[in-house]
Structure formats: C-alpha cells, structure tokens
Design a protein around this ligand. Structure first.
Ligand SMILES: N[C@@H](CCC(=O)N[C@@H](CS)C(=O)NCC(=O)O)C(=O)O
Length: 324
C-alpha cells in the first residue's frame, strides 16, 4: 500500500492521525468524460470521443468501485469495445501489481507494465496521489480519461449508445434527483461507510461510522419491502452502486471491517434483493469471490497482519429470490 509523490512510488498506509483516527477518502484527480462527439463533459477537457477499441479499463475484481464499472461494461454491451486488464488481488508494498500467478489476474495486457502506478506516471510523470482502480485509459491520447468510478459508469451508461445500439438507461432523466439523494446516503454511510469502520484507528471514529451504517441497512430493508428496486420497478445505477457493497458484506465487511451488528442474510429483503441483482445479467459474471476474499484479508496489514483467511459462511446466491 502506498502512493505516488511527484511521480515517485512511496510505501505508506493511510494517514488517519490528522483526522482523529478517521479514514478520509481523497478525491479522484482524473475527471475527463468520454462523450458521443468528443465535446467536454461536466469536468475536464474535450477530445475523448466514444469509439470502439479506443479505451481500456484497468480494474481489480476485488474492488467495489471498479466492480461498478465492470457491471456497466457488461450491462451496456461494451465488452467488445472496451478492453480490460485485471490486477492481482494482493495489494502490498508496491500497491496494485500486474502479477499473473492467480486465476483472473490478467497482467497489463496493454503495456506489460509491472505496477499500476506505472500507468499513472505514464499519464502524468509528476503525479502525486493514491494509485486507485478503476482507471479508464485512452490508448489514442496515451492518458487517463478518468479514475472516478461514479463518473465512468455514467459515461458507460450513455456515451457509447450509438456504437453499441444499446440504449437501456440506468440514469433516467426523471429520476435523477431521487437517485442522487439515495446515492448520497448509500455512498456516505454504506459504500464508503464500511471503509470508515474498517480503516478507523480510533474507537470514536469507528463509533461515528457504525451507527449510520446499520441505520442505512434498516432503512433499505424497509424500502425494499415495498419495491423490487430502489427506484421502484425500474433498475437504475443506484441499485448497482448498492450491490457491489452488499455482495462483499458477509464475506468481508462483516468480520474484516467490524461491521458486525448483523449480517446481510439477517435482512430478508436486502438478501433477496442482492440475489436478484446477482442473478441479473451483469451480476454473477462480474463477481469474483476469490479475488474479493483474498484481497481484503491479504492487503491490510494493520487489520489482519497474519493474513489468515477466515472460513466464512456458505451463501447460496443462486437461491430463488421471489422478487419478480
Ligand atoms: N473514488 C474512487 C475510489 C477508488 C478506490 O479507492 N479504489 C481502491 C480499491 S477498492 C484503491 O485502488 N485503493 C488503493 C489506494 O487507496 O491506495 C472511485 O470510486 O473510482
């Protein structure tokens, strides 16, 4: 685990000392948008036109943020148009690596680099900051388009529609405000909330995060007792953003990140909803439990220094969900 400082790799754990033991996630720095005609998006520069074969996605199968982008690549039929490389699940002193000694770890299929930080310095030799996945790479301009998953999924949702002919919309105009409200609560207390609990280095920081996390799960359990999806009958990005944290909850977050007041399977609606999404196209084929379990238990020295992988419950994600 480390970061780049003026383009030089430096091995360092998250600094929580200045925040009373709280984990504070840094903002992503590459914020360009791919658009149908290459005009600029809501942030960054122009010149990133949606074209088949031009872009490459670096992911970790373990990472919930990268997982979102894999789901949207699948939902929107982008597999033939956007190539991928998947990092090795163990993120140690060198950060994410392109070692290939584990099933599913592809190596850097574009440039045959060893480390993900070399992709960042290829885009910006003086980059300072964390080296995170996902990374959306432009092969033509030789740079990073975006390293912000929330924005990458919105690009995938619509920018390539003319290329693929797939016009299914997971961010429908009429529901955007409602989606934003739900996203904000789920991001703050759950998607990022599990990390706030797990990476807390003071009791107070943990206590501040854990209450709202389970309040959100109780709220979701109630909401999903009335409707199939978060926005009603229609599946939207809000569901997929929630899914990537739910699917990791019992195997990882419950124990490893101390989110253990309840398990996912203790919430009948949420658990059935998770299975519903898992069984949907874009679900199961983007989930790699081996990478998920290995990554978290191996990569966080301060939490699990002996890298012992717990036995974990047997979960049947293929059991009928009865939410049709
Ligand atoms: N805001 C980013 C966050 C991505 C992120 O934090 N990814 C984690 C993996 S789950 C990572 O690469 N962490 C490496 C680090 O923080 O050094 C996004 O949503 O795209």
């Amino acid at each position: 685990m480390g970061l780049l400082v003026d383009g030089t790799w430096t091995d360092a754990w998250y600094d929580t000392k200045n925040n009373g033991g709280k984990f504070v996630r840094a903002a992503s720095q590459f914020r360009n948008w791919i658009t149908p005609d290459g005009s600029a998006g809501p942030s960054g520069g122009d010149g990133f036109q949606a074209q088949s074969g031009r872009y490459h996605l670096y992911v970790s199968y373990a990472c919930p943020w990268a997982h979102r982008t894999l789901i949207f690549r699948s939902l929107k039929g982008l597999e033939p148009h956007i190539s991928i490389s998947a990092v090795h699940p163990e993120m140690l002193g060198d950060g994410w690596t392109f070692q290939t000694d584990t099933d599913g770890a592809t190596g850097d299929t574009l440039y045959q680099k060893e480390f993900a930080h070399q992709i960042y310095t290829r885009a910006d030799p003086a980059y300072s900051g964390r080296v995170t996945v996902p990374i959306l790479w432009d092969k033509e301009r030789n740079t990073i388009v975006s390293n912000e998953s929330a924005e990458i999924i919105r690009m995938f949702n619509s920018a390539f529609d003319a290329v693929t002919g797939n016009t299914t919309d997971y961010w429908p105009e009429n529901d955007r405000n409602a989606i934003e409200d739900v996203n904000m609560r789920i991001y703050d207390t759950f998607n990022n909330g599990v990390y706030k609990c797990g990476f807390a280095t003071s009791q107070a920081a943990y206590d501040t995060a854990i209450g709202p996390l389970f309040d959100t799960l109780d709220w979701l359990e109630e909401r999903l007792s009335h409707t199939r999806y978060l926005m009603g009958a229609r599946l939207t990005e809000a569901d997929w953003r929630l899914f990537t944290t739910l699917i990791r909850f019992d195997p990882v977050y419950h124990l490893h990140f101390k989110c253990n007041r309840k398990r996912l399977i203790d919430y009948p609606n949420l658990w059935a909803y998770t299975r519903d999404l898992f069984q949907h196209s874009g679900g199961a084929q983007t989930v790699n439990f081996a990478h998920i379990v290995r990554h978290y238990h191996f990569s966080h020295d301060t939490i699990n220094p002996y890298r012992i992988i717990p036995i974990n419950p047997d979960l049947d994600h293929w059991a009928p969900h009865h939410r049709g």
